[in-house]
Design a protein around this ligand. Structure first.
Ligand SMILES: *Cc1c(COP(=O)(O)O)cnc(C)c1O
Length: 467
């Protein structure tokens, strides 16, 4: 008697049942996340040791998978979605974003060409264009104009792509090409320059507020030209990672124009704030920029990965990245009437990431996002005020958005003790860092569910330790 093999596929009935169960599991998780110790206490190798060395030969019941999710995976999870999350920057998710992600997985489309799933491209075009209006970006950056926006995996990818286009637009030996950014620029600028093959990265000095000094940029460019080098691109930051410092975008843009440099703007974190008009003075001068990136996957309630990349003119981008093998030729592409997003970044294949952003924008409305951004920024301002009036603490940088950066007057040891006490509490998590050779505490306020109650509780703890 020969045995009939099982179908191996999960039936749609089981999918339905486990699907409801998993949604319940996520809802329970989100409801209880603030009761969990934020930082995973797993030791190196602890999670691995609970997993078998080989993949299962026989199919396992899905109940067993879900059980191990609780017993093996969860002990190794750090809870980024806790409202006590004040570390790094937020990496927010939200129910509409989760549902968009789920639907994108369910459709499982490959949006590399318009013709491989027209909606994947056109929804992405539309949300990118919506965000041009919502963030007050130049009108010409819409896909209906000469420019356009595309969703990338990360700001690092967006910046790298911008630097590749800038390199192609220039000519001569890449070893002599120079990229400029401030001393406070994100590491992705140095990494992107290295991957793109630039010979030099010049980190330009900053002022007392940690913003790039435009005259120092001008001087560095002139020195490099005199030394026979080729200045090609400059990256300005609207909200640095260290302290959310804002570079003078307009002054940098004017210098870039006068020396024919590509000007890329990195607003990875702070871009979300621009949905509120009162923050837009921080990005004054964007009409002089060639490209821009911001991450809805930080502060805009859209789960990783979702990074917007805009170019003022899509021509050089497509010229740089378009290669058409015969099997990708099709009538729609040849007609020139459609966007093929594979020509807008390094990967060919691309998933339907626009769906979760579209769900979020519709579900919150611009009004809902503005409400939460303003609340987070007001909470940061109130914390900054309390720090300023505390006799043992001092602010080390301004708070233009949701980040409060401060230290203890007694020095590095006292500052680190403060950060340690917060992180040992189990319900709040901050990132200590170093600037100008001195330690400071970064409190980043912007997690989806952080409210005044959480910030008050954090301040209570700070006061207790800082005395
Ligand atoms: C977070 C951040 C980045 C990197 O973002 P990824 O999407 O993780 O690559 C780049 N620049 C700034 C200013 C950031 O804050």
């Amino acid at each position: 008697m020969t045995e009939v093999p099982p179908p191996y596929h999960m039936s749609t009935d089981d999918f339905r049942r486990y699907g409801y169960e998993v949604i319940d599991w996520i809802a329970d998780y989100l409801d209880s996340v603030d009761d969990r110790p934020i930082i995973s206490e797993a030791e190196p190798g602890q999670i691995r040791a609970m997993l078998p060395d080989a993949a299962p030969e026989q199919p396992e019941p899905f109940d067993a998978v879900l059980r191990d999710l609780d017993e093996i995976v969860m002990p190794g999870i750090t809870h980024w979605q806790s409202p006590g999350w004040f570390a790094y920057f937020p990496a927010n998710t939200s129910p509409p974003s989760i549902l968009g992600e789920l639907v994108a997985a369910g459709l499982g489309v490959q949006g590399m060409l318009w013709s491989t799933s027209p909606a994947a491209t056109e929804v992405e075009e539309v949300v990118a264009d919506w965000l041009v209006d919502l963030l007050g970006l130049p009108e010409s950056w819409k896909t209906t104009g000469p420019g356009g926006g595309v969703i990338q995996m990360s700001a690092s990818d967006s910046t790298h792509t911008a630097l590749v286009v800038a390199r192609e637009r220039s000519s001569g030996d890449p070893g002599k090409m120079v990229v400029y950014a401030s001393e406070q620029a994100h590491s992705s600028i140095e990494k992107g320059s290295r991957v793109a093959g630039y010979g030099h990265v010049r980190l330009v000095p900053v002022d007392g507020r940690y913003a790039m000094r435009a005259n120092a940029l001008q001087g560095a460019i002139e020195d490099d030209i005199a030394a026979g080098l080729n200045p090609v691109a400059v990256v300005s930051a609207v909200g640095t990672t260290g302290t959310t410092a804002v570079d003078p975008v307009r002054a940098i843009g004017e210098i870039a124009r006068s020396h024919a440099l590509w000007h890329h703007v990195d607003a990875a974190y702070a871009g979300t704030a621009m949905i509120c008009p009162e923050f837009r003075h921080h990005q004054d001068g964007l009409e002089l920029a060639d490209s821009y990136t911001f991450n809805p996957h930080k502060w805009m309630f859209t789960n990783f990965d979702c990074s917007l990349f805009y170019v003022a003119d899509r021509g050089p981008l497509i010229d740089t990245l378009s290669i058409v093998p015969p099997y990708l030729r099709n009538e729609a592409s040849e007609s020139g009437e459609v966007i093929d997003y594979r020509d807008w970044h390094v990967p060919l294949g691309r998933r339907f990431r626009a769906l979760k952003l579209w769900f979020v924008l519709r579900s919150y409305g611009a009004e809902g996002i503005r409400h939460h951004v303003r609340e987070h920024v007001a909470l940061a301002a109130s914390l900054a005020e309390r720090v300023e009036t505390h006799p043992a603490l001092e602010m080390i940088a301004p708070t233009p958005f949701g980040l409060v950066s401060f230290r203890h007057f007694d020095g590095d040891e006292a500052t680190d003790a403060l950060a340690d006490a917060i992180n040992d509490s189990g319900w709040a998590y901050v990132t200590p860092s170093t600037i100008d050779g001195r330690r400071f505490v970064r409190v980043s306020i912007g997690q989806t569910n952080t409210t005044a109650e959480h910030v008050d509780r954090l301040w209570g703890l700070i006061e207790q330790v800082a005395e």
